[in-house]
Structure formats: C-alpha cells, structure tokens
Design a protein around this ligand. Sequence first.
Ligand code: NAD
Length: 439
Amino acid sequence: MPIQNISTPLPHAQPMEPTDPNSLFAMAVESVNSACGVIQAPDFVKAIVSQPKNELMVHFPVMMDDGHYRLFKGYRIQHNNILGPYKGGIRYHPDVSLDDVKALSVWMTMKCAVMRLPFGGAKGGIKVDPRQLSPTELMRMTRRFTSALGGNIGPEIDIPAPDVGTNAQIMDWMMDTYLNTHQEGRQQGMLHVVTGKSVGCGGSEGREKATGQGLCYVLLELLPEFRLKPAGLRLGILGFGNVGSHTAQALAAHGAKLISVMDHTCALRNIHGLPIPELRRHVQQTGALAGFTASGLEVIDRESFYRTEVDVFIPAALERMIDEAEAKWINARVIAEGGNGPVTPAGAEVLRQRDIALLPAILCNAGGVTVSYLEWVQNKAGVHWELSRVDRELQQTIVLAARRVRLAAHQYDTDLSTAAFCVAVEHVTRAYKQRGIFP
Ligand code: NAD
C-alpha cells in the first residue's frame, strides 16, 4: 500500500481525549496534542497516542509479617510500542492512581522518542507506602506483583525499571521472580526483563546516578542559550532523592552551588552553598533532610524556598508541585524539570508570562531511561561496560537529543518544551507512516 494512503486521516480516528482538566493524563495528552498541532501530525497519530494501548490493573493478596493478608492494587499501563518494547518505571507510592500512571506512560513514549531509543512507553506501580512495610513484606509484595503481571512484561515485551519508592533491590526481586516463573527466561538468562538492577545482578555501572548525570549534560549543553555558565551557577532543588541529589552532585563537579533544597520534611538554604556530600549522607542515613545541621544553614518555610533567588530551579520530587502560586514565587531564570509533570498548566502559563524558560522532563530526566537502555544492551550481549563508557554513551545520546530540541525550537519558532514534544511526535509519526497500521 502506498505510504500516502496511510498518512491520510483515518475516517474514524477521533482522539479520545480526557475531559477532566485537572487530570495529569489530560496534561500529558495536551502536551502531545499541541506538538501534533505544531508539526501538523496526521489525525490518526493524534488519535492513537491519545490513549494507552493496554491498561492492566491487578489486585493481589500478600501475607504480612503478623500473619494477616492485605490486598494490594497494582497497575501496568502500556502506552505505545511503535518504536520498540514498552519501557517505564514502577512506582510504589500511596498516591499511585490510574490517571497518573497513564500520564507517566505517555511521557515515557515521548521521552524514548526524543532520545531515539528503540523503546515505547509504559509505567506501573502499586498504591502503597513502602516505608510502612518490612523488607520481607516488600519482597513478597514485589514478587506477587511480578507474578500477577505474568507474560505482560518480558525482555522484548515490556521492561520495568525503578521510579519513586523503588530501587535496585526491588528490580533484582522482579527479575528473579520473572526468571523463576518463565521457562524461556531461565534457559536464556533473560536478565534484561528489568533494568535498574544492582550491578551484582546484571545492572549497569552508572544507572543509579544516570538521571541526575543526564540532567547535568543537558544543562551544560543548553545553559549558553540563557547566557548562563556552570561555574558559580546557583541551584534550587525541590526533592533530594535519587534525581535531586545526583543532579546537585553532578553539577557541583562543574562549579555549581546548591543554594536551596526542599523535601517532604523541610527546606534548607545557604546563599554561599550547601554541603552536598554531607546532605546526601544525611538523607541516606535518615531518609530525609530534616535534622540536618551545618554552619550557615537556614531552615526556611515553603514559600521562602520557592522565592529564593537562584539561576536554575530544578523540581525533582512529585507531579504538580508548581501551580499558579509557586510559579509566581519562583525566582529563577530557568526551570529544568528533573521530575515528571512538576508544572501544572496554570503554573506553566504564569512562567510563560514571567519569561521563565522551562526545560521539559522528557529531555531533562531522560538520562535514566538512556542508561536503562544501555543496561538492556549489555545484558543482551552478555557484556559489562566500564563506568567511563556508560557515561560517554549517555553524554553523546542526551547531548544529541538536546541539540535536536534546540534546532526544533528554532525551526518551529517555539519554546524548548513544545519543541521537545515536536521532536518526539515527529519520530513516532515517521514510524507509523513507514510501518502502516495493521492489518
Ligand atoms: P525519590 O523517591 O528518590 O525522591 C523523591 C524526592 O521528592 C524525595 O526527596 C522526597 O522527599 C521528595 N518529596 C516527596 N514529596 C514531596 C513534597 N510534598 N514536597 C517536597 N518534596 C517532596 O524519587 P526520584 O527517583 O528522585 O524521582 C523523582 C522524580 O523524578 C519523579 O517524578 C520520577 O518519576 C522522576 N524520574 C526519576 C527517575 C529515576 O531514575 N529515579 C528517572 C526519570 C524520572
């Protein structure tokens, strides 16, 4: 069939857009839709990406340490796989909901497309506070969830990774459960069913710091656009977990200073720079920023944290943390989204009016999935690369993506955030046009 027939709108390809304007999924679809408008993507592409391909919801019982059973709710949303197997994190958090997981799966498709990784987009999670579970309960819940996902995940089907509330240990348990319940997995050693594993279980060097390291490379590439330099760059970071702390550390190696930081327990400031290694050690030992002491340290309130003057503000916590009020308070030249979906549409509008540039998460935090891809490649090939090689591959991939985004911003005369979605949608559209739609 000629390609031009495929690119004409399908007669019934109506987008199924979410109607609740406060939903994160509506936000994600809107960001894709506006890019579709800019690049004039065919209607059928807009329709296809407006909903996930598969939505899996599972309920499963787990025995707690005291002998009683608790029922858990888990999700795996597979948004799109035109570019390759589904790929995306697993989140353990009490606020995990179908709507949010769907949104995060859309962004995964877009992120992999911007980076030109041969992956589609997915996301999953369990509605649970992992801090309330013992290690053995956490292990049983993870194994039971993995078994409930069954053949819906797999090394060439859908490859989970860590996200908020999960880590390398959880990924090791997922991989082990999969291999023990799939004959072909045991035969062929399909370690690459999951990425973000510990190095001893087939994980990649550099995966743990990858998202922060990638954000650092993106900023080094794009800072000149804003007449900023890494040396002396003042940072404000919201969230000091995996992404926030590794971003701070990576940028500090280029001379940046962490001026202010906030997590779910408190906000801290030192206009001369906070001691990053000591902060990281404190959070590793206690789980939070609260209780940290150092000379020259100010403990500040939430509003003062947002109002603190910095050059780059990095939200690296949960979604929707910059709404209208926070967008009015922020005192920065650039916001680099370390976390997913941190800015609401109302917040984005205020930032636009205030001429504060927004660097989008699908570019800024793509270092994680990029090194996940490198882990997948290493597992498939049965090799283990040195950290220097992983860092080099990550840098090349993410810097090229940042350049593509900058070019698209000039080409379409739009902001960098819209440009990133344009780059992603163009790539997805090209694949649909070339492959066509089955049958
Ligand atoms: P994490 O659990 O390691 O850290 C989350 C941080 O957010 C913690 O410091 C926590 O205290 C803080 N936080 C939570 N609620 C808060 C609140 N109400 N106010 C202030 N701070 C709050 O999680 P992470 O892995 O660093 O992920 C953070 C974000 O980055 C998420 O949006 C995640 O989806 C995204 N992300 C993570 C990775 C990765 O590799 N870890 C990759 C891509 C995207």
